[in-house]
Design a protein around this ligand. Sequence first.
Ligand SMILES: Nc1ncnc2c1ncn2[C@@H]1O[C@H](COP(=O)(O)OP(=O)(O)OP(=O)(O)O)[C@@H](O)[C@H]1O
Length: 368
Amino acid sequence: MAEPVITLDKVDVNFSEKNKSVHAVDHVDLTVERGDIYGIVGYSGAGKSTLVRTINLLQRPTSGKVTVLGQDMLKLSAADLRGERRRIGMIFQHFNLMNSLTIAANVAFPLKGTLVKDHDQDGKVFSRKITKQEIAKKVNDLLDLVGLRERATAYPTELSGGQKQRVGIARALASDPEILISDEATSALDPKTTSSILALLASLNQRLGLTIVLITHEMEAVKQICNKVAVMDDGRIIERGDLLHIFAEPQQQLTKDFIDTTIQIDEAIAAVRDQPAVRNLTAPDELVRLTYVGASTDQPLVATLFKEYNVTANILFGDIQILQGTPFGNLLVVLSGTADALAQAFNYLKRSDVTVQHLAAMAKEDAK
Ligand SMILES: Nc1ncnc2c1ncn2[C@@H]1O[C@H](COP(=O)(O)OP(=O)(O)OP(=O)(O)O)[C@@H](O)[C@H]1O
């Protein structure tokens, strides 16, 4: 069984300012297992940052229990907490680099004065301060890991946003953490750079066995690298699970909305409604959205609809993406046939784990 590395137990965070009180995190339970890339998605103000800051106690919870790598964080002494925090790296939206230092010096910064294990001639183990040479080697290796070896002597202001975030990642990895918390680390970056930073995080997860908690307001980022996702709203986790499961069967409207942002389905529906095939639709023909994950795609859906049920499918929009190696498909189609044939076809789709959303019917509802 996978090993839990982070466990939050009924964690609450209340802020009280003047005469206002904010329940930023509301009784949250969360388990992150070793090797997970766990996405926490939600709109601004949902409480994501506050929640993840309780993991390393940058934010102390008002109540609840925080266990990280087997340690009850709230019971640690100040010195032990400092040690424990070194096992939890963090990267941020605005990189938080020191502009007066070279990027090598930025990465070296958390290494200064750290203790390393050594052994004397008799093999006796002792702790000593890390040497300058050891720091230089480590910084070189880290910059290599993030693809920035050549820029060691540059200053942060000379780098692009993506390069700055790579420095942020190298610095976060300097203490060889087992966990990396990414707080909106790609939110200030363009889509292409975002993709390359996410790909770097995914490769660090694979190569170093790094467990990653990724906070974001973009489901697209979650979709690209996470194996699990939790959706946060108003301080609570309203839905959570394996990525594929959540994409296949989202229960909450907010989760559905976040998923829809990754396929721009609203724009597609608006565009499709303008097409003659939809404008001139007559009952019982229907415009529907078909959504499926994985296995359903192995069946020749459209062919089966016609051959077995005498229903034709006019595909007006299609989007098939690969999530965790599994196809996730969304089609907007006009299904035509007799009322009976359509009813049977809908049954067949349901049996095949294809979710059907009746869009034309919704349009009539909207028009009321
Ligand atoms: N130090 C603080 N004092 C008072 N209120 C706070 C504090 N930090 C956060 N809050 C409030 O707690 C709520 C959750 O904020 P939080 O930053 O955790 O949300 P978020 O989902 O991370 O949003 P964002 O992406 O905008 O940071 C908000 O209402 C915020 O105003």
